[in-house]
Design a protein around this ligand. Structure first.
Ligand SMILES: [Zn+2]
Length: 316
């Protein structure tokens, strides 16, 4: 059984010398290869021929029965879009790329700033002043050549967002302001895409999955309207714990990967709250608003609305 190979292999690492480790690794690769070939026969619809390099790169996924060759094929064929290459986008982009999500779209109109580097780990010192999407693309290309990156160096608006989202299977919101969150929610609803939303403030973060088209709540069921301009301080004003972005962005990536694989329980219908000071996670139920202006039978919103962005809101 292939499942026994991994612990044996890991156990071997502890005791063996470098030469023995190399020999063992070759044997391991052969086993994974055979495992993939067996699965190819068993799993109908598996069309991809994995290269030796891909088998090794994704071996820790492939040996998971819930993923297997078929799941990895799904990831390589998947298209995920992320709005924002900032605090949340950075870790989400990196883990989705590492997982082998074949096409990743990312939109951001900003350039890398020194104050971003406390949390936006996809960028680095030498990229200050460079477009964030180009910096993100470079990091991903260096990490995993299997991933095609669509870098959109512009701000998404009512005029272009739906067309952009249309090409993707799952969309992630890593934006930092309410007008964009509402725009993203409404566009995802109209384009019938699952939306995985993340947000953070000081030491606390939230993650939610919205599937307004599947009888589950949308973002407007939770927050019907954006707060009045100037009511909510931005991260620039209030501060944010840098590592918190890692927690929330990675949770978004995990949720997206599950969505692609079709495994586990979706977070749709819940809101996950994380308090880093108390080190506590809380999952609370979110009910669909029977009178939601967007996703209820009595909906009044039939097209995208542009909300004004508060001047004081800064980037995550
Ligand atoms: Zn709704």
């Amino acid at each position: 059984m292939i499942h026994l190979v991994e612990p044996l292999f890991e156990g071997y690492i502890i005791y063996c010398n470098e030469f023995a480790l190399r020999r063992r690794r070759t044997g391991y690769r052969r086993l994974i290869n055979r495992y993939i070939k067996d699965r190819n026969k068993k799993e109908e619809g598996l069309e991809m021929d994995f290269s030796e390099e891909q088998i090794e790169r994704y071996s820790r996924h492939i040996i998971l029965p819930e993923v297997g060759g078929k799941g990895q094929e799904k990831l390589l064929n998947a298209k995920v879009f992320i709005l924002g290459a900032g605090g949340l986008g950075s870790p989400a982009l990196m883990y989705l790329a590492a997982a082998g999500v074949g096409t990743i779209g990312v939109a951001d109109a900003d350039v890398v700033d020194l104050s971003n580097l406390q949390r936006q780990i996809i960028h680095n010192n030498s990229r200050i002043g460079q477009a964030k999407v180009e910096s993100a693309k470079q990091t991903i290309n260096e990490m995993n050549p299997d991933v095609k990156v669509n870098a959109i160096n512009e701000r998404l608006t009512v005029d272009n967002i739906q067309e952009v989202l249309r090409d993707y299977d799952v969309v992630l919101d890593g934006s930092d302001n309410f007008p964009t969150r509402f725009l993203m929610n409404d566009a995802a609803y109209f384009e019938n895409k699952p939306l995985i939303s993340g947000s953070m403030f000081r030491f606390e973060g939230q993650v939610a999955t919205f599937k307004g088209n599947e009888g589950l709540p949308c973002y407007r069921c939770l927050y019907p309207e954006p707060p009045p301009k100037g009511m909510v301080p931005s991260c620039g004003e209030a501060g944010v714990l840098g590592a918190l972005a890692g927690v929330i962005g990675v949770l978004q990536a995990v949720e997206a990967i599950k969505e692609i694989l079709g495994v586990g329980d979706s977070l749709a219908g819940y809101l996950m709250l994380f308090d880093s000071l108390k080190m506590s996670f809380r999952k609370v139920r979110v009910m669909k608003d029977p009178e939601c202006a967007l996703c209820s039978p009595t909906a009044t919103i039939k097209e995208l609305t542009a909300y004004e962005e508060a001047v004081c809101e800064l980037r995550f």
